[in-house]
Design a protein around this ligand. Sequence first.
Ligand code: 3H9
Length: 703
Amino acid sequence: MSELVHYEVRDRVAVLTIDNPPVNALGPGVWEAIDEAVARASADGAADAIVLVGAGSTFIAGADINVFKLLKTPQDSMDRSAGTHALLVRWEDAPKPLVAAIHGNALGGGLEVAMSCHYRVAAKDAKVGQPEVNLGIIPGAAGTQRLPRLAGAATAIAMCTDGKPVAAAKAKAAGIVDEVVDGDLLTGAIAFAKARAAAGERRQTREIGFDADAKAAGLAACEKARASLRPEPRAPHAAIDAIQAALTLPFDQGSVRERELFAERVVSTESKALRHLFFAEREAARVADVKKDTPTVEIKRAAVVGAGTMGGGIAMSYANAGIPVLLKEVDDAALQRGLATIRKNYEGSVAKGRLTPEAYERTMALITPTTSYDGFDAVDIVVEAVFENMDLKQRTFADLGRVTRPDCVLASNTSTLDIDVFAQASGRPAQVVGHHFFSPANVMKLLEIVRGKETSASVVASSVKLGKKLAKVPVVVGNCFGFVANRMLAYYMREAYLLLEEGAPVEQVDRVLMDFGLPVGPFGMQDIAGIDVGARIRQYLASVGQTRAEGPQSEVPDRLFEMGRYGQKTGAGWYRYEPGSRERIPDPLVEQLAAEAAAKRGIARRKVGDDEILARIATALANEGARVLEDGFAQRASDIDVIYCYGFGFPRHRGGPMFYADTVGLPTVLARVREYRARFGDYWKPAPLLERMVAEGRRLYQD
Ligand code: 3H9
């Protein structure tokens, strides 16, 4: 018998255990091994029923994602998938009740395998889902055909278009799972299988039909879902098309339609981009010179200094992960303000039903407010989140060096300042690291881990581990101005400001970026983040003779700042806002400021095309990204993609700014930089890495 699927008979039930660590992905050989085991069990006189279960932490996390890159054409995919379809039908035809016993996750192909079994029983904390859209594809092993038959079209559409897994209890209510087992899963599954065998029952999902009402409601749900989607990404549209085929065609024909749609998607740039990010996100946690066995500090208690917007959000992240956290402010008034914001945030979640009142109380109780350093000698990490002021931060780190244990990790949430300076101030530079959270810190998933000159390998490894525990996506970066995220952002914003001065209204620039797939354009984003934040950083930089990005510095954001137009919080910024509303209303005053700025710099304003806006902004990002990479502040291009997608909402289906540059073609990107240099000036300097890669005919990523 295969090593990938173990076979044993327990209490007259054949137990087939899939054993393909780490997540029992359906890689080469696994499909065949299950097939062989089902055939053996079907013929085994010692077994009356069959249970399919996963070894280790999960049932099956889906098809092996690595295999998709071998599919170069839609026909490659069609050739392979017909065989898979036949296997699943064969299992469904097994002569004895076949029961999937699900623990951990049954995702993608994993759920498709389970749905081709006659029944499904699940552990209480198991999850099932069709997350293929997150990889730019759709279910390809008849998931879009069997799921609507089990759960109805509306549930299938929701699961196949948003890709979110569903918990066992909800899956049972939806008809996907037949029984939820509280105790030992395998024992429960064996008992369930024996009972079905005794009753002579076997239910084939593919035989479930749709009556006229279900069909009409399903088709209406397809229309409604289509209307709610943006034109891109395409995979959710394809998933709906496939579900519609389930409603209108016999099972076998619907399955062929699904496979055609899958084949088209799997070779798309969208799918390549999303698969790239799947692996990039996991790769980002690996640090070349930090070995796997580097000892790490377990963070059991934490402290946050500063209860402002960032400090409060960071304390919430710790509490959400179940880690008790001291929250320190200078005085009681500031502390109470911070706590009130935290409470308001949690109460919002309770009101939306995302948090139970009990969980709110439990989580809130993990945050201990304080105005002193009492108790700091017992914490494993301190995150400093005081104002972005060098003197204040240095003083804070000097204090932290005194009041904490020598092995305590000392993290700074600075977004721009040099952490090596704080490291010296603490007297314990090896323990100092940047933990750059993004606002709102309790929501945004990116965590830039900034490695200083002397940060120890153990502190880096501990930070990565902690980041995952806090449900963040940790990426280790070097200590340059703005680190990676804000350094790139400075170039993104520079181009946006200059395009505005040249004649592109803020609403045009924002619309182009939103059409490209960002949730909000650069100006709308700044109105949310606060124009004052950037202005203060520029003031600090001016005081030390620096600028954020090379090139002309637009005066427009500073003029808005001087006018007290900080964005949404003051009712006006790049846009105007009616009281209590977040609707962005274009403001002629901004156009006037842009025209004045253009006149001062001798720029003749013109109509700027949408294509130019996208090309300029994307090229600025890619060129600066190449410099970040060459300077060694990011370990790999894919880290930059992860950072920009998670930090600033770059559309995932475009793979991130570096992947997108590869899609456009590096020679085109370089040609644009050169063209802009000729048109606008020497501040448009091609990154040497970009020039070299083009000269050598290389790409950033291989297919
Ligand atoms: C599909 O099924 C299409 C079908 O419809 C078509 C059939 C014809 N393949 O995430 P983790 C690796 S599409 C290959 O860190 P966690 C992962 O790269 C698939 N590798 O663990 C990592 O490797 P490394 C639909 C996979 O506990 C290691 O396993 N399914 C796969 O945080 C551990 O992963 C999905 O989209 C895979 N399918 O989370 C589910 N899955 O150690 C994708 C994982 O070298 N997977 N790996 O970095 C997940 O969402 C999470 O892995 C899971 C566990 C929630 C399961």
